[in-house]
Design a binder for this molecule. Structure first.
Ligand SMILES: [Zn+2]
Ligand SMILES: [Zn+2]
Length: 263
């Protein structure tokens, strides 16, 4: 069985810890075959706005250079890949396409955290923390479908993020899960089984994600999954407990797991 992770952050996002090289060392220690960095993309905010949850545009070059340096330095020990985690915003779509064309970026993952950028007057905060009504669920689903439709992404990160603090997996959750999984199958895009949800939701007593019922629906629609650590601390990668728990759940549900991302 290959051990891979394509969802890794760096300190530049202002809510992660550990030097870039520490993530590589932890991944080698934990026996990973591939490690992909996918820090939060620095959107080109036009009004001088500085986001509290992502690198600035000024840090972007350093991010790329640092990961490429590590890729070269550790090439005999582990395969390092360079990516970004992005929301899907219509206004930045062309910019993102151009960025992806610069062949340094190998892949993009779709982290649908909110429907409008942080500097927008429509911005309502982090999805997982603001989804309380069926209207919120509907908004989340619509933004997810748009991102999948764009064809820009290698996979959908935490597609069940709407369960971050929604109290129960009700019939409306079922409905939006069906729509998301149907679209994922249609567009042949992978869904990420995000194991960072385990400790987050255990600590807070939420049903949370990964949400078993979501994945049962994904299985019904014959979707494929890939495990993601969503590491914000290099030590996350050394933790086997949630990886093993994820593998066990995936096998129980019977959903097909892809080990390696191709791009
Ligand atoms: Zn993050
Ligand atoms: Zn992430």
């Amino acid at each position: 069985m290959m051990k891979t992770n394509y969802h890794t952050h760096t300190i530049r996002c202002k809510h992660a810890v550990g030097a870039d090289e520490s993530y590589v060392k932890s991944a080698i220690l934990a026996g990973f075959d591939e490690l992909g960095f996918s820090d939060h993309v620095p959107w080109p905010f036009e009004d001088g706005f500085t986001s509290k949850i992502r690198m600035t545009m000024g840090q972007y070059r350093d991010y790329v250079d640092s990961i490429l340096l590590l890729k070269e330095k550790y090439r005999d020990k582990i395969r390092i890949c360079l990516g970004l985690e992005c929301e899907y915003f219509e206004e930045y779509k062309d910019w993102l396409i151009e960025l992806k064309k610069s062949d340094e970026i190998e892949y993009l993952i779709f982290g649908n955290h909110f429907a409008y950028p942080e500097n927008s007057s429509y911005y309502e905060g982090y999805y997982g923390e603001c989804i309380k009504t069926t209207e919120d669920l509907e908004k989340y689903k619509n933004a997810t479908l748009k991102g999948i439709e764009s064809g820009l992404f290698a996979y959908v990160a935490h597609p069940d993020l709407f369960m971050r603090c929604y109290p129960e997996f009700d019939s409306y959750c079922e409905k939006i899960s069906e729509e998301i999984c149907k679209k994922a199958k249609e567009k042949n895009i992978l869904l990420e089984y995000n194991i960072s949800g385990f400790p987050y939701c255990e600590k807070r007593g939420y049903i949370g994600y990964p949400a078993k019922k979501f994945w049962e629906i994904a299985k019904e629609y014959d979707c494929k999954c890939i495990i993601g650590y969503d590491a914000h601390d290099n030590h996350d990668l050394e933790q086997e407990i949630y990886w093993n728990k994820g593998i066990k759940m995936i096998e129980e549900i019977g959903i097909q797991r892809v080990e390696r991302l191709s791009f």
